[in-house]
Design a protein around this ligand. Sequence first.
Ligand code: HEC
Length: 136
Amino acid sequence: MKKAVFLAAVLAFASCKKESQEPFGKSSESTTETSSEGESAKATTPIDLGKEIFEGRGNCTSCHQPDQKVIGPSIQEIAKIYKDKKGDITTFLKGNADPIVDPSQFAVMQTNFAITKEMSDEELKAIEAYIYSNLK
Ligand code: HEC
């Protein structure tokens, strides 16, 4: 008897909780919104992924700062020149395009192709998205 009451109380609590959560969801009709929320919680946007690779595994930040030249041109400069000249960053990073930012220093950049050639298209696209996200 006691058990049944307890169970009923738990059930009531659980269903009550579920109901009370619903108003907090943005809109229960929009399934697309819920699924995109799920994605962003799991991984990230391409820009975030690109940033992560750029600063982490790719180690690109050691030569490319967002807005000032260190060893390599700044990310902003790369983004600007690629946009102006309609360059293709992913093709460049695969080693299949000529440098257009600072060809005289290309040999320094070329050493990184060993890393970038191993990256998937998705990762290279993410890096590209991150570079363009620095455009002012
Ligand atoms: C050892 C220093 C160094 C590292 C590390 C480095 N770069 Fe570079 N990068 C350079 C230099 C120097 C240039 C300028 C030469 C050139 O334009 O090719 C350059 C140029 C570039 C360009 C412009 C290429 C062009 O068309 O001229 C891109 C895009 C780029 N780097 C992306 C990256 C990415 C992505 C990473 C990380 C995977 C990275 N770099 C890591 C030194 C580096």
